[in-house]
Design a protein around this ligand. Structure first.
Ligand code: URA
Length: 219
């Protein structure tokens, strides 16, 4: 459906959702441990009602400069791989665990992850993706604890998170794929599973709706 096919009511919902996301910027500025100016924040970007949300770690040099997630070398690999499975970046929502570049690209600190948690949670709440793809160990740890990415990458997990059912697919970080040809192969192979996984998630949803309908008709 194109934007012009939206009814007035639907357009209004879109605009409201958009402004909710925009307002996160101001909220974030007041609690940042790394930066105190809204201009340092790299927000998530993409389709507001995307079926798929990808969550990385933190902006790097190029992301901080352009104030867009995944636009550097690892971002180029990510966007190219998405295109190759017919799922261009404009169709998904791309975000990060923390939204300011850590000094010298160091790992995010637990207190920084905690400080940004409400904003990432709000993005998930607004977008309501059917599938969350975690990129790397920091975003995987948001949903799955005590596991190794090398053991569970590319395997779909259904879990209960903040009172909602979520499908989470842990993947290697594209930066790790750039460092090792073995990881790069796994990264690409895992991405090739996404369309099948989305079809399966949709069929699960349809079965649930059918069951609900049947229950309403019978009882
Ligand atoms: N790596 C990430 O985890 N996120 C970005 O936005 C860029 C590089």
């Amino acid at each position: 459906m194109s934007k012009t096919d939206l009814s007035v009511e639907e357009s209004l919902v879109e605009i409201k959702t958009l402004s909710k996301l925009e307002s996160l910027l101001e909220e974030a500025a007041s609690i940042l441990p790394l930066a105190n100016r809204a201009k340092d924040i790299v927000h998530g970007e993409g389709k507001q009602d995307a079926d798929i949300m990808l969550i990385g770690e933190a902006p790097g040099y190029h992301e901080a400069l352009e104030r867009r997630p995944f636009v550097g070398r690892s971002g180029q690999l990510l966007r190219k791989t998405l295109l190759e499975i017919n799922c261009p970046a404009e169709m998904v929502f791309i975000s990060n665990i923390i939204k300011v570049r850590p000094p010298n690209n160091r790992d995010p600190l637990p207190k920084e992850i905690l400080a940004f948690k409400p904003f990432l949670d709000k993005e998930i709440e607004i977008i309501k993706p059917k599938l969350i793809i975690t990129l790397g160990r920091f975003s995987m740890a948001k949903f799955l604890e005590g596991v190794k990415i090398s053991q569970i990458h590319g395997r779909l997990h259904k879990l209960r998170w903040q009172d909602q059912d979520l499908f989470v697919l842990p993947m290697y970080h594209p930066a790790a794929a750039l460092r090792s040809s073995r990881v790069k192969k796994s990264f690409i192979d895992d991405f090739k599973k996404i369309n099948k996984i989305m079809n399966w998630i949709d069929s699960q949803q349809e079965t649930l709706e059918l069951k609900k309908q049947l229950r309403e008709e019978l009882f």
